[in-house]
Design a protein around this ligand. Sequence first.
Ligand SMILES: [Zn+2]
Ligand SMILES: [Zn+2]
Length: 241
Amino acid sequence: MRKVFVDLHNHSCLSPCGEDDMMPALVAGLHKLAGVDVAALTDHNTTRNCPAFFEAAGAYGLSPLAGMELTTAEDIHVICLFLTPEEAAAFEEEVYKRRVLIPNRVDIFGNQFIVDANDCVIGEEPYYLVNATTLTLEEAYDLATRMGGVCYPAHIDRPANGLIAVLGDFPEHPKYRFAEFNDPANIPAYREKYSRLRDMKVIYGSDAHRPDAVPTDAVFSIEVEEDGTPAEAVFRYLKGG
Ligand SMILES: [Zn+2]
Ligand SMILES: [Zn+2]
């Protein structure tokens, strides 16, 4: 077994709420400097900055995962992770069919820049990315797992778009194996209060939307198998294989 530091929830300049200088290459570089081994890029309802994130991570020696923070029909945020940007892109194609397309108001919500690994803007998403899709919690879980990914609720310790805040308790279905905490210090109290969390594994995501929100020291580690890259080992751990 090996110990790996993870941060599996980060936004880039493609998320309207992500700052414009959150270039995927910067996100990768900041995590490498902090001592994180495996980081995921998880923009709202899109994965299109994952290729740039992977290219930069490769150059910096960071092990990357490709992901999306999907907004379900219940307005709950769930993290969907994939091993490669290609698999993530195939998932996004399916999610796109279930998005409610509202033109982005840059003056209100912010820019949605698609960039390359050299920080060059190569496109812009025209429709607001954060609003609810028509995928229910169950459908989102089924779609992500059917397409080879993992899916679990994001920042369950936060009031905005957190599963517990929206539903009042942790549901029996979908059969999540993991729950994400934004602050690892909250884990014991939540486990005490919500019985379904007691046997559930937890994972950490900083949910960084700006450079200074990326922790300067890695804060959360897990023990994973030795085989493969750190990202592959973390992915297997999340999948339960
Ligand atoms: Zn969120
Ligand atoms: Zn987020």
